[in-house]
Structures are given as C-alpha cells and as structure tokens.
Write a protein that binds this ligand. Sequence first.
Ligand code: DON
Length: 306
Amino acid sequence: MESGVVSRIVNDVYQLCRPDDSGTLADYIPELAAAQPDSFALCLATADGRIYGTGDLDVSFTIQSISKPFTYALALADRGTEFVDARIDVEPSGEAFNEISLDPVTERPRNPMINAGAITAASLITGSDPVERFERIRRCYSRFAGRELSMNEAVYASEARTGFRNRAIGYMLRSFGIIDSDPDEAVDRYFRQCSLDVTCRDLALMAATLANNGRNPVTRERALSTALTERVLSVMTTCGMYNAAGDWVTSVGLPAKSGVGGGIVAVLPGQIGIAVYSPRLDAHGNSVRGVAACRELSQRLELHFL
Ligand code: DON
C-alpha cells in the first residue's frame, strides 16, 4: 500500500477514536494513576522499517504486561523450548491476568501471558546474579525497541510496595516446584520488567521486530530467532488479551498484548507492528481507545488474518 494512504488511515483512525474518553486509569498500583488520562498515540511500523505515527508518540509509560511475551522469548532462548514447556503451558486460560491458579491437571501456569506464567518466565532468565539477570531482560527489550530502555523507579517502588498478590503467586509457584529458585527474586524481577519505560514508537518497533521474524527493521539487529518469534506470536494469539482474547481475535484478528499502563501491541507477521497508547482502560484492563484503534486499523488496512 502506498505510504500516503497508510499515513492518512493512521490519522483518520486516530481522529475517530480520540473523542472516546470512557474507561478509567489503573490505580491498583498507585503510581499508575498519575498518568495523563487524555494521552493518546498511535504508531505503525513496517517490517521494512517505515514508521507512521500520530499523537503523543514520545510520551513515556510503563510497559507492564506487554513485557510478558518478551521475557518469555528470552526464557525460551536461555533455556530451550522443552525446559520452558515443562514449566509453563501454552493454553488460553480465560482468566484474569492476576488469577492465583495453576492448571489442575498439569499443575503448571496455563500460559506465559498471565502473571503465574510470567513470573515463572522471569525466574528462568539466566545470569550470574539478580542484577545481571534483570539487565539481560532490559537489554533484550532494548534490542527489540532499537534504543536503550530504562526503568521507571517510581512505578517500580509503587508496585513493589503493593504487589502482595504477585508475591502470593510467586510463593504458590515455589511450593509446587515450578520455581526452584528464590520466589522473591523472581517476583522482584517481574516488577522491574513491568516498570521499564517505553513510548508508543518503541512499542511499534518492538512489534515490528516480531513482525520481521525477530530482527529489528531499523537497527537490523537480531533480537530473537525466527523459530522462537513464531512461537511467541502463537502464544500472543491465543493468550495475549486475557479473558477478552476470543473477542479480540474475532474483531481484530492479530496476535497482540496489552498492559495496564495503557499500551497495546499487535502484529501482522511478516508485515506490520502496531502500537497504541491511551491509559483509560476497560473492564478487562485493556486500553479503550487502543482496542478501538486496532479494530479500525485492522478493518481499514485489511490486516485481519486469523
Ligand atoms: O502484575 C501486575 O500487576 C502488573 N505489573 C502488570 C499488569 C498488567 O499490565 C496486566 N495487564 N493488562
């Protein structure tokens, strides 16, 4: 498609979705409620490195659960698929992201996109000490984004102060032998990864790197192997939008991941990465304008492929 046409569609979708001020900011992590509620950005990056964006493209927000596919990717690269599969299933859960649950038959977290699976993935990252293990996550995400990302200390402190449910999940995982290291360290690493600051442009490039088989289309650096990229996209397809996953797949038709910071990424494999930022959330914890913008873009650019 001609670039002028794509640019016009991105702008039209932005204008169409902008008036919707429904939804509420996440406030269960107190610092998240400090976001500017009306911020809105939409960015599309192609697998050959063209970028189309509009709105608050350079406003920073924390990546939150959009981190989950990327840490899962690094755990797969560090430990191999068989080792990771023995600890984290790849089945949709239909549950809330922070459900304190394991599959009753396998006694494993149902997938890496809910917190139980994400905390397990964080526990599997290799490195000589906790500092290096988190640093490897930060560098991995930075390769996807094509620039050095850093952590938002205020959000991290806020989450660390209030994250008792995630600690409960960490201890449950340790008691079932899913995590065999210190659960507090794994949960702390998960809090840190969720607190990495990104912009909408960063997320679009992270999504475009997944679209481009794991190679960043701008820096040309490889962030993930092609085989693992396919697996991560598959899990995003079935589990990325929590209990709204079925609705998302039928209306948008793209692998995706959302975060309570207000970001959403969606990927058309081989072609396009999309990112939206708007921090007002619906009842599922997904950005209201983000879901609407992805649905519109998918229709207008005919991206629905699932
Ligand atoms: O586990 C938590 O509470 C957060 N740090 C991440 C949550 C999140 O983004 C869930 N998703 N929509």
